[in-house]
Design a protein around this ligand. Structure first.
Ligand SMILES: [Zn+2]
Length: 140
């Protein structure tokens, strides 16, 4: 089964205990789901953020002296998602377009911008190396 969802709910018919090892197992499954999502969303990262008793109110909506109500009978896992920063996994560098020789080129990698705007992500500064082997044949 593959379908698009935003949460997973599991109800037990009676109270059960979840060991730390089992919690890590659930976390591993969530990390796998996040990794698959990241593969389809370049430039974004998603990760298991935390777990614990279910919070029953938004703490930002409560006053400072009001305790945060929790449902201790519900184990809740949170997953977070955001744009990937430079140097992080799944980071996609954007080209820095500028006009050069009558063409729109990337200031960093030198690639020419496609008319449809569907260039692959910027690969960073182009590196040149000395030519090795015989020179290529020319017509002149
Ligand atoms: Zn570039």
């Amino acid at each position: 089964m593959t379908s698009k969802i935003v949460s997973i709910e599991i109800y037990f018919p009676c109270e059960v205990e979840v060991s730390n090892k089992q919690m890590r197992g659930i976390d591993t499954v969530l990390a796998s789901i996040c990794a698959d999502w990241e593969a389809k969303h370049p430039g974004r990262i998603m990760w298991p953020f935390g777990c614990g008793a279910k919070m029953l109110a938004n703490p930002l909506a409560l006053s400072d002296d009001e305790p945060i109500p929790f449902d201790e009978s519900v184990l809740q896992f949170e997953v977070a998602e955001r744009e990937a920063y430079a140097g992080e996994r799944n980071f996609v560098a954007a080209h820095e377009w500028h006009e050069r020789f009558g063409l729109t080129c990337c200031r960093v990698c030198g690639i020419v911008q496609r008319a449809d705007g569907k260039n692959k992500p910027c690969k960073g500064p182009m590196k040149l190396r000395p030519l090795e082997g015989p020179l290529p044949e020319t017509d002149s």
